[in-house]
Design a binder for this molecule. Structure first.
Ligand SMILES: Nc1ncnc2c1ncn2[C@@H]1O[C@H](COP(=O)(O)OP(=O)(O)OP(=O)(O)O)[C@@H](O)[C@H]1O
Ligand SMILES: [Mg+2]
Length: 253
């Protein structure tokens, strides 16, 4: 079972879009996925047109058993929803004197091995919920929107990751995913070149700017349901291939 967090402190870079569509693409390749939404915005349920009765917070507090809180969103894709309930979880973690960063890992310790991937979507910013997500996973996928100051945001995020790695050395920044790629914008290409220089091993094929990707959530659909022939669908399929290719290679643990 691979556990991957989709994370970057900067908002609106395509984290949730990537979580949903990567999960959908992996499911098409017969993998079983659990999506976990660690954002109080609770976007993933809406993007998948699901009305959740429980959130991750209910599982952590013991209010709901894991099996009741997990909803089958699509064949092969289960969802453990986020949402406003997570605000209470945040406060509960803040009140802990020690071990707060392991709260999610402890609550999910019983997660069975029937999943091939657990994909955790995180909120923008840097809070205890993101820290918990990072302690729970081993791999990080960081979407980087190809725009001015993209690299600064990435560097700052990498410093925060380094701090966590001191206590959780297996955590690896495995994938850097350029998003909102637009060949007509010169800056887009320049930043892509810089990413290629700095992160040759982690760099993934970019996700192009594609208006279909922004429309699909309004219909509660993944890109494969909403516009299967779009460039967005093509790009997320390619990302899934990249991730699948690494199934048999060790992370630098
Ligand atoms: N490649 C793309 N092309 C066009 N629109 C996109 C693309 N990727 C994401 N979007 C749109 O951009 C907006 C931000 O994307 P998304 O919500 O996935 O980002 P996020 O990083 O999860 O944001 P937040 O930090 O607020 O959680 C959304 O409206 C989404 O539909
Ligand atoms: Mg999001």
């Amino acid at each position: 079972m691979r556990k991957v967090a989709i994370a970057l402190s900067k908002g609106g870079v395509g984290k949730s879009t990537t979580a949903v569509n990567l999960a959908a693409a992996l499911a098409q390749r017969q993998r079983r996925i659990l999506l976990i939404d660690m954002d109080t915005q609770g976007q993933l349920a809406r993007m998948l047109n699901i009305a959740p009765t429980h959130t991750v917070a209910d599982v952590v507090s013991g209010e709901a058993p894991l099996k009741d809180a997990i909803i089958e969103a699509r064949p092969g894709v289960d969802l453990l929803a986020g949402g406003r309930g997570l605000a209470g979880l945040k406060r509960a973690i803040d009140r802990k004197e020690f071990g707060g960063e392991q709260t999610l890992s402890e609550a999910l310790a019983a997660l069975d091995a029937r999943y091939d991937y657990v994909i955790v979507d995180t909120a923008p910013g840097w809070d205890v919920l993101t820290v918990n997500a990072l302690f729970f996973v081993e791999e990080v996928l960081t979407p980087v929107a190809l725009e001015v100051l993209a690299l600064q945001g990435l560097q700052e995020f990498m410093r925060s990751l380094a701090a966590i790695r001191r206590y959780h050395p297996r955590l690896t920044l495995r994938y850097i995913l350029p998003t909102f790629f637009d060949r007509r914008v010169r800056k887009s290409d320049e930043i892509l070149q810089q990413l290629r220089q700095h992160f040759p091993a982690q760099l993934c094929h970019p996700i192009r700017y594609n208006v279909r990707l922004s429309e699909a959530p309004g219909y509660g659909q993944t890109i494969f349901e909403y516009a299967v022939t779009s460039t967005g669908a093509e790009d997320y399929r390619l990302l899934a291939e990249r991730v699948l290719n690494d199934e048999h290679t060790q992370t630098n643990a």
